[in-house]
Design a protein around this ligand. Structure first.
Ligand SMILES: [Zn+2]
Length: 266
């Protein structure tokens, strides 16, 4: 057995790999031990997943959705109280309680104020953040592995497919400086507002593959309504924009006209 990232023998590896970090609520999509070796697993958790989870936009999401880290913590959130008093909010989901921490002189100011408003910094644009594309490249390759995991030949193919090496190396080493990713919100983080049945249940995360008419492969992932798309073939996203224009902007997660790994050689 070989690791799908470094291609080294991995039969003695002991850790299972969470395709999406546990800190984002994933308990379902897990690869058995050896598909990703212990070395790569450890590296990704320190150098790719942690920086992604620490992005201001992602910390805000974890705060609002009560997403606990593996250690059971929710990252505190910094904000401002009318208009310039810094505040640190900490969530205690077990007690459904949020504490707000301000300095003593600031507390006096707040108590005197007629009106108190809480403000949070605007979520930064995730598109231009290099760690996002490495995070997605890692998940994309693992999502393919998840579909092939029942077929040893499929996993061997995944290790040997040179067309996936650019993506693989980007996840492993960040070789490509700028790998554009398409990011947009497709439904509110508390529930989905459009979908096949128009139902509003909360979707934590979902993913699928899209093959365009031009034969480009895309991986599409939604985390709490934020859709991320990466081209599996290389650092180019115009094909996805083109696809969106042609299909009226519907998310590939909600159309079964395309996608699926049926077309991939086994
Ligand atoms: Zn490895």
């Amino acid at each position: 057995m070989r690791c799908i990232f470094c291609k080294n023998p991995s039969s003695s590896s002991k850790s299972v790999e969470h395709v999406i970090p546990e800190s984002l609520g994933n308990k379902r999509h897990v690869l058995p031990r050896g598909i990703v070796c212990d070395g790569c697993n450890n590296y990704f958790s320190r150098k790719v997943e942690k920086p992604f989870l620490d992005l201001p936009a992602v910390r805000q999401l974890r705060f609002h959705q009560d997403l606990e880290s593996k250690r059971g913590n929710i990252p505190p959130l910094s904000g401002l109280i009318t208009p310039d008093i810094p505040v640190l909010l900490t969530r205690y989901p077990k007690y459904d309680f949020t504490s707000a921490q301000v300095s003593e002189p600031d507390l006096a100011k707040i108590l005197q104020a007629k009106e108190v408003t809480m403000m949070f910094p605007l979520v930064v644009d995730l598109t231009g953040t290099p760690i996002v594309s490495r995070f997605l490249a890692k998940i994309a390759l693992e999502a393919i592995a998840l579909r092939l995991v029942e077929f040893p030949k499929g996993i061997a193919y995944l290790c040997d497919e040179v067309q996936l090496d650019v993506l693989r190396d980007h996840a492993r080493k960040g070789y490509t400086n700028h790998w554009p990713v398409h990011v947009r919100t497709i439904y509110h983080q508390d529930g989905k507002t459009f979908g096949p049945n128009g139902n509003a249940e909360q979707i934590v995360h979902e993913f699928d593959f899209l093959v365009s008419d031009q034969g480009e492969w895309f991986f599409v992932l939604a985390i709490f309504g934020v859709e991320f798309t990466i081209n599996l073939g290389g650092p180019e996203i115009s094909g996805y924009r083109h696809w969106l224009e042609q299909t009226g902007g519907i998310s590939p997660l909600y159309t079964d006209r395309y996608g699926g790994l049926a077309a991939m050689p086994k």
